[in-house]
Design a protein around this ligand. Structure first.
Ligand SMILES: Cc1cc2nc3c(=O)[nH]c(=O)nc-3n(C[C@H](O)[C@H](O)[C@H](O)COP(=O)(O)OP(=O)(O)OC[C@H]3O[C@@H](n4cnc5c(N)ncnc54)[C@H](O)[C@@H]3O)c2cc1C
Length: 433
């Protein structure tokens, strides 16, 4: 399967649709020579651009976005910023525990940096650190594996609070879940408002060009960056377009795009909100990788579930899948209508490690943050810029000690393998899905 040059989604982001209209920056700049060009205006790309502009205030940076800020995956996600650390494993730099500690320091730095940006720039994105962020299990197997995972939280000194079925029922308004825990570090955001706020507050030496996909990156410092709206030249290029880097010839056998789907209800009446538990807001992450995410807030319920390989599923099937999951978890609601339903793709690697680094002199890439790239993308973009400017820090050294993504076989083997794995994971997830 040939990867598309840029994502083209069937439906707009529901989060973005809740915001006032925004005019994209789609007029090509007069200047065609920049110090740096960033491909992609998601969390990774905007963070790289912002940091380059801060470190080199007299240099110009161009960010090129295929779509519009607010319509990429950075605005299609569920808005959880979580202290998760995937797949710790021993490597040449130390034990699996060392790896987990590095991953945690990185994601926490990503959350801290976003918190500072939101505060300093008055970004109105419903930043919420008080609503509980639960990880919950609906089956005995998942409960067991969640309890096992508490060890790693304890080891890292992360505080958590366990909940049984009664407490979960009061918080969530459903008897679907039998066990869960709540972490002390938790943030929920309106992701479209966050990414728009980050784009609208870029330093003045950053130019943003939207609705213009990068079609090719050629040369070797200076690089020629080709788009429909013109060609641009830069000494340094940052590839921050996630798995679409493959269509530009980078990391071809390292990532796939997995689409997942989300829906937001209309604003709910008070009695309907009461059926979703006794708090105004909460977030629930599933106990297994292919489970269903839920979130109450802004007087709505968000539900995210379902997966597909490289292509989006038919909209009617997605709507009925999400409705069925909503109905099963909250059988007492009066109505199961959604105001917005949408899909989003994200870069997935086979060993859950993302790529970060200088691929060749002057060309930097960060991609493949899995389904948890809001905080990670932000800190990776920032660190990539620091690396490009020759800065050194303990955090950059942490990041450089993480493994990269492992090899993925070519088509059709990749597709067949991914389909079998997803089917198997769905079957194993049972009620968690
Ligand atoms: C439904 C859903 C729920 C999710 N929930 C969460 C969550 O709760 N928490 C979390 O942390 N993560 C979540 N994620 C994952 C998260 O959204 C991603 O990890 C994150 O967006 C990655 O950021 P990024 O900047 O690296 O890539 P992206 O957000 O994908 O940004 C890349 C940008 O590059 C642009 N682009 C692509 N090709 C080109 C090109 N050729 N030229 C120019 N521009 C191009 C794209 O349009 C896009 O805007 C979720 C994802 C989905 C789809």
């Amino acid at each position: 399967m040939r990867s598309e040059i840029a994502p083209s989604y069937m439906l707009p982001s529901g989060w973005n649709a809740l915001l006032p209209p925004r005019s994209p920056h789609d007029k090509p700049p007069k200047e065609h020579r920049f110090h740096s060009i960033v491909v992609g205006a998601g969390y990774t790309g905007l963070a790289a651009a912002r940091r380059m502009a801060e470190l080199l205030p007299d240099k110009e940076v161009l960010v090129i976005e295929a779509s519009e800020v607010g319509e990429g995956s950075s605005a299609r996600n569920s808005g959880f910023l979580s202290p998760t650390f995937y797949a710790p494993q021993a490597n040449a730099y130390g034990s699996a525990d060392d790896d987990a500690a590095r991953k945690l320091r990185i994601v926490l730095a990503g959350i801290d940096s976003l918190r500072t940006l939101v505060k300093d720039n008055n970004i109105d994105c419903d930043w919420d650190e008080s609503a509980p962020r639960l990880v919950a299990a609906a089956t005995a197997d998942a409960e067991h594996s969640l309890q096992q995972s508490l060890n790693s939280l304890q080891k890292r000194g992360l505080k958590y609070l366990e909940h049984g079925s009664e407490a979960l029922r009061a918080t969530l308004g459903t008897a679907y879940y039998r066990y869960g825990y709540e972490t002390e570090i938790r943030v929920l955001v309106q992701p479209a408002a966050l990414i728009r706020g980050l784009a609208d507050t870029l330093p003045s030496n950053v130019t943003l060009l939207e609705r213009s996909a990068v079609e090719a990156v050629e040369g070797a410092g200076p690089f020629q960056v080709k788009t429909r709206l013109g060609n641009f030249t830069a000494d340094k290029v940052f590839i921050a377009n996630n798995a679409h880097a493959r269509a530009l010839g980078f990391l071809k056998n390292r990532m796939i795009v997995v689409h997942t789907y989300a829906a937001l209800t209309h604003e709910l009446e008070d009695d309907e909100l009461d059926r979703l538990g006794n708090l105004p807001a909460w977030g629930l992450l599933p106990a297994t990788r292919v489970g269903t995410t839920l979130r109450k807030g802004l007087r709505r319920l968000l539900i995210r579930s379902g997966y597909s390989y490289e292509k989006e599923n038919d909209v009617r099937n997605v709507r009925s899948l999400l409705t069925e999951k909503y109905r099963r978890r909250f059988p007492a609601m009066k109505c199961y209508a959604f105001q917005h339903v949408w899909g989003g793709g994200t870069g997935i690697t086979s060993n859950r490690e993302s790529y970060f680094g200088e691929l060749k002199p002057g060309l930097y890439i960060s991609a493949g943050c899995q389904g948890a790239g809001v905080a990670r993308g932000n800190i990776h973009g920032r660190l990539l810029a620091e690396m490009a400017c020759g800065s050194q820090s303990a955090l950059l050294s942490d990041r450089l000690k993480l493994a990269g993504p492992s090899w993925i076989p070519p088509e059709p083997f990749c597709r067949i393998g991914a389909m079998i794995k997803m089917a198997w994971m769905h079957w194993r997830a049972g009620r968690e899905y």
